[in-house]
Structure formats: structure tokens, C-alpha cells
Design a protein around this ligand. Structure first.
Ligand code: GLU
Length: 483
């Protein structure tokens, strides 16, 4: 069987992490089996769909490297196909117009609630006589089209991830609405999700429907539609949900949900797709946690996808991201950091490229996210440093001021210093001030950065020296100690 899978987002919001993870699994499955990955935009909900969301979804998938082979197809361009299917179901007597008003439906629900029954449509217009229909039409009621659901049926399928799933027809909420009048009043002009998705999956020859487990009840309904349309039922695979720390479905309340949010937070696309792949799947060699999409695709199969929900673990994502950042070339990483520096208002545009790359190389090991660079490199861009209380304590120790004074004198007498000069200078001050080398180094670091800890001191100093900032910092420190 040739594999054809799809991702079918609704453009009612930005690309969501759950949709993106479903896209990852579909992409991997398609690539594993030399199949085709289709992008279909489910935009029939005119009130909530927006072109900017479609753009966001497309650019998000592209950013993640989840390129599609066919599409994007748009449901709004396929309305005729849905109309035809609806007509077929009407002709076969498997669907019918229902004229219930919203008030009648509300009343029905209230009565069910009062009796402690599950809410659902009671199929009251299933067998209207022609004259009853005429009467409703004469009243100007606009019907919806309902598809008959046999409440006595048990609908079962072999799910690739969940094994046999059985759903009772009586738990599907009664005969389901598959279409309603369109805004332009075209009767049944607006097909609803379950009908449209089935027609599309048939027309697009989808072999495997891989989607989140929140669609399981829809799958039961859709299987009935495939049967009614006498079409072959695809293979279904329902992926586990992404859960938050408390074990509930990850939602907006957890801070971020859209792929854009993750991008803005400084995650790399390769780290994010790697992490999303691990949300429910493990490499056959489970110690292998860092891999490209292509590497995963060589091993991916749906039977290794977990049934249980996948907990979203920020620490793990940070760790994975840091692994990608740490192994990236300074050149590439600098390109990625520049927009973050710019956003923070740091004057990177004035900096020499070589200097920037050295700064990148110095800071890269401290980064988990690209955005960490703002805090980690602030000392290179601010006018004056803030001294931490530990740094202040050190700077006020006896003898430290003279150490700094001597360093300052030496620095002021040289145009620029190189690595050897820096080492020699520290050695010389150690000797002449008769103090430990550690004290000289700590004093220097505290003066230059306001902190006692940080990345390599010599490199930090050399970078500041190239800007001439070390001179001002040393003087500022001396003023501060005196002051
Ligand atoms: N438009 C649906 C969604 O975004 C697609 C579900 C499906 O894959 O069938 O959830």
C-alpha cells in the first residue's frame, strides 16, 4: 500500500504545538515509507478562520522543516465535493433534513439534563412525513442535514497505536449534523468537519489518518460515513495528548502553545522537532535522544508510539536546545543571535563581525535558549555594570584597590592587549602586589563584569579591551571603591 498521510489544521489560530507534533509524526511516517505528506487547510469555519493563521501555520511547518509534498488544499475550494456527498447520503436515505430550532434543541438538552441523561439529539426529525417537512419549510425554517447514527451499533477499529478501539453508537450524541445552510443561504452549503474530512480523506487517497486522541469519537462517526459512502476506511492511529506538569492537556494557561511562542522564546527548530518526536516516541536505541528528523524517519514506526499521554518537560527541552546550541558553529550561531541582541537594544550593528563571533564562542556554552544571550552578554553592551553584593564585598577587601589600580595603569599604557599580554599582566600584578593570582583574577572579573563568576576571564577581558571598555570599567570600579 502506498502511504499517503496528511496534516489538516484549522486556521482558527496560530500553529499549535499539538498540531505540530501530529505533523511531525505524519512527516516521519511518510518519510519512513517513501510516502506522501499532504497539507490540508480546514477553513470551512468562515467566522473563525483567518488567512494570517494559514500563513502562520505554513511558515511554522516550514520553520520546523516539516515540508509537505502536496497542497496546501483548502476546504473552502472543495464545497462542491461536499455537496455531492451530502446529496448521495440524502439519496440513499442515510441523511435527512432536521428543522429543529435552537430553542427546541435547548429545551431538549434541558429536559435530558433534568432526567440525568447524556445530552444528545433525540432523532425527532428522522422520519418526518412530506407534509410535516412542507409545514416547516412554509414556516421559513432552514434545515440542517443530519446523518443517521445507529445507536445500537458498536463501532470498532484496529488502531495502530491503541489496538482495538470500540465505541458505542449510542454514545455519539444522536444523528449528527453534517451540513447547514451556508451564509449565502445555499441549502446545506456549509459542510461540517466530520463530513468534509471524510470526503477529503477519500479524494486525497489518505491511507493512514494519524491525529490526536481527542479525535477518537470523531473517528467512530467518520467510520460510519465511510461505510455510508461505500468507501474504503483508512487506517487510524491516535497519538497521545501532550500533557502539562499536572497531567492535564497542555493549554494556553501553561504559558505557550504556539510554535511562534517557542521560536520567540529562543528555541531552535531542530531542537523543537527533536523534542516533539520524543513526546510519545522513543528511538529504538532509547539512549539516543538527539537526532535529526531524517534519522528518526529511518527508524520511525507507529507501533512504537506510546498510548499514554506525553508530559511536556521544559527542562528536557532546554537541555536538548542547549545541545544543539553548543555544537553549532560560531558563524551560524551569531546569525541567530543577532536578532535577539537587536531586540534587546544592544548595539550589535556597530560591532565587528569577528568580535561578535568571538563573543558568541565565549557565551555559547552558557546558553540553553537563544534568548539567554541577552542576560549572558549584557556586560559587553551596557554603559556601566551593576556590582553584585559578592563582587562588592570582594572589591572592598584590603589590597584590592591597589591591584586594580595597577592593572588600570598597565591597561591605560597599552593600545590593545592580546592573550599573552593579558596573562603576563596578571602575573606581573600578582608578583608586584604580593597577592595570590586568584585574587587578581577575581578583582579583575569583579571590576569588568560586576560578578565573581562567568565565562573565561581572559577572553572576556580581550573582548572588552577591543571596545576600550576595560579602561572605563576599571576606573568606574576604583571610583566606586573610593566612593
Ligand atoms: N481540522 C482538524 C483539527 O485541526 C483536523 C483533525 C483531523 O486530523 O482529522 O483538529
Amino acid at each position: 500500500m502506498s502511504v499517503r498521510v496528511r496534516i489538516a489544521p484549522s486556521p482558527t489560530g496560530n500553529l499549535h504545538i499539538g498540531t505540530a507534533r501530529t505533523a511531525v509524526f505524519n512527516w516521519l511516517f511518510a518519510h519512513r515509507h517513501q510516502g506522501v505528506f499532504v497539507l490540508r487547510v480546514e477553513d470551512t469555519d468562515a467566522a473563525r478562520s483567518r488567512p494570517e493563521y494559514t500563513e502562520n501555520i505554513k511558515s511554522g511547518l516550514e520553520w520546523l522543516g516539516l515540508n509537505w509534498d502536496e497542497g496546501p488544499f483548502f476546504q473552502t475550494q472543495r464545497l462542491d465535493q461536499y455537496q455531492q456527498a451530502i446529496q448521495t447520503l440524502l439519496d440513499k436515505g442515510l441523511a435527512y433534513p432536521c428543522y429543529c430550532s435552537p430553542e427546541e434543541l435547548d429545551e431538549m438538552r434541558e429536559t435530558q439534563q433534568a432526567k440525568g441523561q447524556a445530552p444528545g439529539y433525540d432523532n425527532r426529525h428522522r422520519n418526518l412525513s412530506p407534509s410535516e417537512k412542507e409545514k416547516f419549510e412554509a414556516e421559513g425554517r432552514k434545515p440542517v442535514i443530519r446523518f443517521k447514527i445507529d445507536g445500537d451499533r458498536a463501532i470498532a477499529w484496529k488502531d495502530v497505536i491503541r489496538d482495538t478501539v470500540t465505541w458505542q453508537g449510542c454514545d455519539l450524541g444522536g444523528d449528527m449534523v453534517i451540513a447547514r445552510a451556508a451564509e449565502n443561504d445555499e441549502p446545506y452549503g456549509q459542510a461540517l468537519y466530520n463530513l468534509a474530512v471524510v470526503v477529503d480523506d477519500i479524494d486525497m487517497n489518505i491511507s493512514h489518518v494519524i491525529r490526536g486522541e481527542d479525535h477518537i469519537a470523531n473517528t467512530a462517526k467518520q467510520i460510519l460515513l465511510y461505510e455510508a459512502l461505500a468507501e474504503e476506511i483508512p487506517i487510524f492511529a491516535h497519538t497521545p495528548l501532550i500533557l502539562n506538569e499536572e497531567g492535564r492537556k497542555l493549554s494556553k494557561r501553561d504559558g505557550v502553545t504556539s510554535i511562534d511562542d517557542f521560536r520567540k522564546m529562543g528555541f531552535l527548530p531542530e531542537a523543537l522537532v527533536n523534542y516533539m518526536t520524543l513526546l510519545g516516541w522513543t528511538f529504538p536505541d532509547s539512549t539516543k535522544e538527539i537526532f535529526t528528523l531524517e534519522e528518526a524517519a529511518q527508524e520511525f514506526d507507529l507501533d512504537r508510539v506510546n498510548k499514554a499521554g506525553a508530559k511536556f518537560d521544559w527542562d528536557k527541552l532546554d537541555w536538548l536546545n542547549s545541545q544543539y546550541l553548543h555544537q553549532m558553529s560560531a558563524d551560524k550561531l551569531t546569525d541567530l543571535l543577532i536578532p535577539h541582541w537587536q531586540e534587546a537594544g544592544y548595539a550589535v550593528d556597530k560591532m565587528d563581525r569577528d568580535w561578535l563571533e568571538k563573543l558568541t564562542a565565549l557565551t555559547a556554552p552558557t546558553l540553553n535558549r537563544l534568548t539567554d544571550v541577552i542576560k549572558e552578554t549584557s556586560v559587553f553592551f551596557v554603559d556601566s555594570v551593576e556590582y553584585s553584593s559578592e563582587a562588592m564585598d570582594l572589591l572592598q577587601q584590603e589590597g584590592v584597590a591597589t591591584v586594580i589600580t595597577e592593572i588600570a595603569e598597565q591597561v591605560n599604557n597599552t593600545d590593545s592587549i592580546g592573550e599573552d599580554d593579558a596573562q603576563a599582566l596578571i602575573k606581573q600584578v600578582t608578583k608586584s602586589q604580593k597577592v595570590k593570582k586568584g585574587l587578581v583574577m577575581r578583582s579583575l572579573r569583579a571590576s569588568l563584569t560586576g560578578e565573581l563568576h562567568g565565562p573565561d576571564l581572559t577572553q572576556t577581558w580581550l573582548l572588552l579591551n577591543q571596545l576600550g571598555t576595560d579602561k572605563t570599567r576599571l576606573q568606574q570600579t576604583l571610583d566606586k571603591i573610593a566612593g
